[in-house]
Design a protein around this ligand. Structure first.
Ligand code: M6R
Length: 609
């Protein structure tokens, strides 16, 4: 989604802002812009396309200034264009605004501004409405005008504003869209995301909903919706700037695929005690509660939802409690059966996905206990949950999620094992056996990664297929969904995943010569059934590439090619079988010259509905 960076202080605002915006490029964007206060006048430059276009535009300009705001835009209202790019300005050009999110009542506000103040609009955006609104409410005090404007707006937003006539401050406000402030020495910052500021500061304030920030070079002040000052603890960021660099890999996605063994070790070791038991430090869910949950909901979006599909199987197996899983955008508009005996598990890498956040709020209102599995420490989902089970994946920059997915899986294994043992529905011997398997996972992934070249070679003859299906049974079907999403989002190949047993109920009509089917066949106990489904596909002259456990050579006669994963228990395979699928998607996309880290139309963090 969109990104915001703002700066005030002793250095040149333009340099800080451009540097910060570059760190937000991974979020996906279609235009960028900057506004600075230069000697009491606003100078605004914006350009459709990448940050590079904006940089080229301002290269020869005098952009010296101590105060400015910048933005990368991901279009919601109005096509990507120079005119629709942020910042937008008030009628008199005195105020510039950048904005993430959506103003729901922008149409009525626009009509009011036209009618009562004769405002003219040059863009299609809702953001321009904010700028004009603050402008007409401005009476020499930017903070006051922002407060008054916010009172009239509905929607989700993080807004940054500067005024030509107040060169000592920038003002920002947050409602349902992420916003942070960076604390420097004689300089201060605002941003929508931590990576934007990693190079400059490690100490930040996490801004809550309905809070307004007034930032001068010497001070960051936070106020609540009634204009009362708010005390906030400083949050120390532990990621270093290098973690957000490519480190020699061609793409962030490839780097992040290779980071999985370490990320999984980190996620496991943070929770595993020397006695082999899982410590739930920082999680206050009691034994009584675990015993008394009558139902568990897992709710998430995209890849995180696919991790939840695996989680459902694990929890039902170990904890013996019914688990419902739903995509967040559906859950929130149903009337789900949630009560105070429900455990609601939200899964989110960013912790800022609006659909997931709203679903969580629905569950909370209905009395559920909310536990989230989140990667970004201090994100909104984390802050609004009763308990947080953090993944230790580190910053995930590529839009296509990889290490976040496998670490989410690891959390779900650990959580379900812990709950099963606590409740007595899982025997210690079985528990210990699964823990041993989990400890061995990282080295097994290293073996798969070592063999990447084979997968790359395989893509040579497959990368230009028009349709690719993913099939599997049991846990393999959950992984099939994720493998298919990975492929389609970065290669733009039409890809579809289905539980293998469902094929014959309709989708098999699409099997034809030239169709490629990736068949996940790692579940020993379902293998014979899977073999029959593969036979159905072969009978329609489609080609099969199989994913199977090492030693299963019999599958070769049904497959064009087989990618083997190391031997492991059936229930562990999702942690391994997804890795060749991530590599397959990556190399196919690379051969097709796609923009791997920033696929078209997609954004890393989806903070709109
Ligand atoms: O940050 P979240 O985990 O809440 O994001 C949810 C989805 O938008 C995300 O998993 C998306 O599907 C991935 N980028 C796909 O690779």
């Amino acid at each position: 989604m969109c990104g915001i960076v703002g700066y005030i202080g002793k250095n040149n605002a333009k340099d800080v802002i451009i540097e910060g915006l570059k760190k937000l490029e991974y979020r996906g964007y279609d235009s960028a812009g900057i506004a600075i206060n230069q000697g009491g006048k606003l100078k605004i430059k914006k350009h459709v396309g990448g940050i590079q276009n904006l940089e080229n535009l301002i290269k020869k300009e005098d952009m010296e200034s101590h105060l400015g705001i910048g933005h990368t835009r991901w279009a919601t209202h109005g096509a990507p264009s120079d005119l629709n790019a942020h910042p937008h300005v008030s009628m008199d050009g005195n105020i510039a605004v950048v904005h993430n999110g959506i103003i729901e009542n922008y149409v009525e506000l626009k009509e009011m501004l036209k009618k009562e103040y004769s405002c003219e609009f040059y863009s299609d955006t809702d953001t321009e409405v904010i700028a004009k609104l603050i402008g007409v409410l401005y009476e020499g005090d930017l903070v006051d005008a922002v407060y008054k404007a916010v009172d009239m707006m509905r929607g989700a937003y993080a807004i940054g504003a500067i005024s030509a006539s107040e060169d000592d401050k920038l003002v920002a406000v947050r409602k349902d869209a992420p916003l942070i402030a960076g604390i420097g020495d004689g300089e201060n910052y605002i941003a929508s995301d931590i990576p934007a500021l990693l190079k400059f500061v490690k100490e930040i304030y996490l801004i809550e909903n309905n809070e307004t920030l007034v930032v001068t070079a010497d001070k960051v002040s936070i106020f609540d919706e009634n204009r009362n000052p708010v005390e906030r603890e400083v949050f120390h960021v532990t990621w270093d700037a290098d973690a957000a660099e490519k480190g020699g890999y061609d793409h962030f996605m490839l780097k992040e695929i290779h980071e999985q063994p370490k990320a999984l070790e980190d996620t496991l070791s943070r929770r595993l005690g020397e006695d082999g038991l899982i410590n739930l430090d920082g999680i206050s869910m009691t034994k009584d509660e675990i015993e008394n949950f009558s139902k568990i909901y897992i709710v998430a979006c995209g890849t995180a939802y696919h991790a939840g599909l695996v989680g459902k199987t694990l929890i039902e197996k170990y904890v013996k409690v019914p688990v419902e899983i739903d995509v967040a955008s559906e859950f929130r508009y149903r009337d789900p059966f949630v009560d105070d005996k429900t455990l609601f598990i939200a899964i989110s890498q960013s912790g800022e996905t609006l659909d997931t956040l709203e679903a969580l709020r629905v569950a909370k209102r209905k009395g559920a206990r909310v536990l989230s599995i989140v990667n970004v420490v201090g994100s909104t989902v984390a802050r609004e949950s009763d308990d947080v089970f953090y993944t230790w994946a580190g910053p995930e920059i590529a839009v296509a999620s990889t290490k976040a997915y496998t670490t989410q899986l690891m959390c779900l294994y650990l959580l379900s094992l812990h709950m099963g043992l606590t409740k007595g529905t899982l025997e210690r011997a079985k528990y210990d056996a699964v823990i041993e398997e989990l400890k061995a996972v990282s080295d097994k992934i290293r073996l798969i990664l070592k063999d990447s070249a084979k997968i790359e070679k395989l893509t040579k003859k497959l990368y230009n297929r028009d349709n690719i299906f993913f099939i599997g049974r049991g846990l393999d079907s959950a992984v099939a969904y994720e493998g298919s999403l990975k492929l389609k989002e970065i290669s733009y190949i039409n890809s579809f995943a289905i539980a293998a047993g469902e094929l014959k109920h309709g989708t098999i009509a699409l099997m034809a010569p030239g169709t490629l089917v990736i068949s996940l066949a790692t579940q020993d106990k379902l293998f014979e059934k899977m073999r029959s489904n593969m036979q159905e596909v072969i009978a329609r002259d489609a080609d099969i590439v199989s994913i199977a456990k090492e030693g299963n050579e019999s599958i070769e006669e049904q497959s064009e090619a087989v990618i083997y994963i190391p031997e492991c228990a059936d229930e562990i395979t999702p942690l391994l079988s997804i890795v060749p699928l991530q590599l397959f998607a990556y190399y196919v996309a690379k051969r097709r010259n796609c923009s791997i880290d920033k696929p078209k139309n997609l954004a890393k963090s989806v903070t709109v509905e």
